[in-house]
Structure formats: structure tokens, C-alpha cells
Ligand binder design. Structure first.
Ligand SMILES: [Zn+2]
Length: 71
């Protein structure tokens, strides 16, 4: 999930985790990773990561790049 979404729907995130699903990182703002700097990529990942860490106390270990169906 994106960090933006986590911020908007924290109760849904909790419910998804409680139902037994792994929570995966999908970046903070759904930017295309190949179009931004490495530093921004790290920030996109870590801002979302910290949101989930603060909300659930868990470290996300999965990452799906946004728009990865595009070449
Ligand atoms: Zn997406």
C-alpha cells in the first residue's frame, strides 16, 4: 500500500494486518521509481515504511514498485 493511503485509512490498514495479510510497501506517493533520483526512491520507500512502523509496529519487507507494468 502507499503511504498516502495508510495515512488516509489507518483503520483499514489495521484490519488488513489483523486478518493475517502481509503489508507491502508500494511507495509514499506512487511515483515511477525509474523517473526519480535514487535519493528520492529511498525517501519514497522509507516514508511509507515509517508510517506503517508507527501504525502497526511492523517492518514491511515487501516492495512493489508503482507502475511496474510500464516499460
Ligand atoms: Zn500502484
Amino acid at each position: 500500500m502507499t503511504g498516502e493511503w495508510v495515512g488516509e485509512y489507518p483503520e483499514d490498514v489495521k484490519a488488513i494486518a489483523k486478518a493475517g495479510h502481509d503489508i507491502g510497501n508500494h511507495s509514499e506517493n506512487h511515483k515511477q521509481m525509474s523517473q526519480i533520483s535514487e535519493e528520492k526512491c529511498k525517501r519514497e520507500i522509507m516514508v511509507a515504511h515509517k508510517r506503517v512502523k508507527e501504525l502497526l509496529g511492523t517492518d514491511m519487507f515487501l516492495f512493489r514498485p508503482p507502475n511496474c507494468n510500464r516499460v
